[in-house]
Design a protein around this ligand. Sequence first.
Ligand code: URA
Ligand code: SF4
Length: 226
Amino acid sequence: MSPTIKRATRSDAAGGTGSAADFLPPRITLPTLRRAAAGCRGCHLWRVGTQTVFGQGARSATLMFVGEQPGDQEDLAGLPFVGPSGRLLDSAMERAGLDRGKAYVTNAVKHFKWVADPRGKRRIHKTPNSAEIRACNPWLDAELAVVKPRVIVALGATAAKALFGKTFRVTAQRGRPVRTEHAEAGFATVHPSAVLRAPSDLRAEAERLFVNDLKKVARWMETHAG
Ligand code: URA
Ligand code: SF4
């Protein structure tokens, strides 16, 4: 990109309430989406994160995981779920008998939202708000339209809200199939970072429940062979 002065966009002026819809490519495939998303300025977060972290996986994936937003390591690598949460997700999938190689992994919001740690250089994750989730939703919708997964799994409340609506409660509905227009079935479970943050005496149980939810997804897919 040329080093010219950044022009204020509508979303900048409105404090982050634009939309990724203005950046969708005319022809929608994973490569065209990825390229277009790299230049997205649909909300103010393009200035906050280092780069757009688009979803990863094959168009033929039958299972789609949706997280919240890239974390610190994802922001730097440009790939979803490559940090601590991603490692836990990998290991939980393996224990549940789900193949990450056959899954598409993405996030509800494609830029890392963070604030500086007042005591140091660390970047502290900040949960995206509903305007940011809404602004970024066209990318997720387009990924769903191209991949057409059989099953989508929301990881945590942000993803569950983006996929299943504002009133969805992960704690009440985790591990059970949910009706959704986006796939044959939806599921929700906690975010892997919630497992990582659990107090040490509850950590093992939180992890067991997380793996258990993924086992239910695996079982659903086996018993509803499509
Ligand atoms: N947390 C998320 O929700 N997504 C990532 O990609 C990494 C951490
Ligand atoms: Fe675009 Fe989403 Fe990034 Fe906002 S967070 S600039 S809508 S890709």
